[in-house]
Design a protein around this ligand. Structure first.
Ligand SMILES: *Cc1c(COP(=O)(O)O)cnc(C)c1O
Length: 374
């Protein structure tokens, strides 16, 4: 077998869209193509176009959201089991990420643990929809309301998912998506914020263009700001027309192609691997519709490395999502102990999942997993 763990699924339509920007428009920076992508994302989510702020990565989207709603020096509660991007977005904005433990059954933030880490400086909570799972999202918002916190959803895994019938990003406070090369849809690199607070939307929109006021609107109208004032720190975090051209094609392929392919492969993995001794699968809410970005298994009884080795021999790559951030030097180097996340780190194995994997390949991978985990 020669299978990739994850990959971009792009082809002639994306290539034609990029060619069109180069040969017909000729402006490669942030202009009409980005404006159209934002309008199409807004229509797809059922929000207003000005609520969508595209950025050049998902990390940049998170950074802008944190800067807009958390005061300098404020603390943000973040589950430790996430990509280091979530933590860097907070610390890069001069705010403090506070690692929290996760739930064993889902890998998502444990609100009881988060509650113990509240201080008078806590300003926000950043739930991560781990493995595309928006588990207990209302409980997170209730927790935030009770404690006067903002919510910044790291929904990098969750584009296309529905919680109890509602699309992730169609409601909430600040919701951040990633469109990097291997996410549910890609714009090459890229990401976006969906902001439900008009002031935060404006701050994010300006801050992605060096906090030059209303520069995004001017660029969409084909002009620029020349005589401007700047009152806040900003960044060069905007999306390009080239990226947006790819993103628009990818968005049009999500419902008919990518989402059903990802759902079907994950369902097959579940069917083949549930009830296998020595393995556990993460839980999801049957009322949610998940478009899975990654597929995780928990390999119990210390057999994780044996399973990874067996799969490697069979030509099947596996991944690690994630080394808990509180173990990284920058975030404390293991000074605090978050036992559930540490245990999951010793069990979780990521199996190949993307629309380029075939059903036969999933069956072969599952056979190898069953054999090695016994
Ligand atoms: C991919 C990802 C990000 C960052 O997105 P980029 O577009 O790669 O910068 C943030 N958080 C999580 C959980 C991710 O998987």
């Amino acid at each position: 077998m020669s299978i990739r763990l994850s990959r971009s699924i792009v082809g002639a339509a994306e290539a034609a869209a990029v060619t069109r920007v180069i040969t017909e428009d000729g402006y490669l920076g942030m202009g009409g193509e980005v404006q159209r992508f934002e309008a199409e994302l807004a229509a797809w989510l059922g929000v207003e176009p000005r609520q969508i702020i595209t950025a050049n990565t998902g990390t940049a989207a998170l950074h802008l959201a944190v800067q807009a709603v958390v005061p300098p020096g404020g603390e943000v509660l973040v589950p430790t089991l996430t990509f280091v991007a979530s933590f860097q977005a907070v610390s890069g904005a001069g705010r403090v990420p506070v690692p929290c433990d996760v739930l064993e059954e889902t890998g998502t933030i444990d609100l009881e643990d988060a509650e113990k880490r509240l201080t008078e400086r806590t300003a926000a909570i950043m739930p991560v929809h781990y493995a595309s799972n928006p588990w207990q999202l209302e409980a997170v918002y209730d927790f935030a309301r009770r404690h006067g916190l903002r919510v910044i959803e790291d929904a990098a895994h969750a584009f296309g998912c529905r919680r109890h019938g509602r699309k992730i990003g169609s409601a909430g406070d600040m919701v951040c998506f990633s469109f990097d090369g291997i996410k549910n849809i890609t714009s090459g690199e890229g990401g976006c914020i969906v902001a439900f607070d008009p002031e935060a939307a404006r701050l994010c929109s300006d801050a992605r263009l060096l906090s030059v006021e209303n520069d995004a609107e001017k660029r969409f109208a084909g002009t620029r700001s020349w005589d401007f004032d700047v009152k806040r720190q900003g960044w060069r975090y905007h999306m390009s027309n080239i990226m947006a051209a790819i993103g628009r094609v990818q968005l049009s392929r999500l419902d008919g192609e990518f989402a059903p392919a990802r759902r079907a492969l994950a369902a097959l993995y579940r069917e083949e691997l549930s009830g296998v001794p020595g393995l556990a699968l993460l839980q999801t809410d049957p009322d949610d519709d998940i478009v899975p970005h990654i597929f995780e298994i928990r390999v119990l009884h210390g057999r994780k490395n044996a399973v990874k080795a067996r799969l490697a021999e069979a030509g099947v790559p596996t991944g690690v999502h994630y080394k808990p951030n509180h173990l990284l030097t920058l975030y404390g180097g293991g000074r605090v102990s978050l036992p559930v996340a540490e245990r999951l780190y010793g069990e979780l194995v990521t199996l190949p999942l993307h629309p380029g994997v075939s059903r036969e390949e999933v069956l072969a991978i599952c056979a190898a997993v069953r054999e090695a985990s016994a």
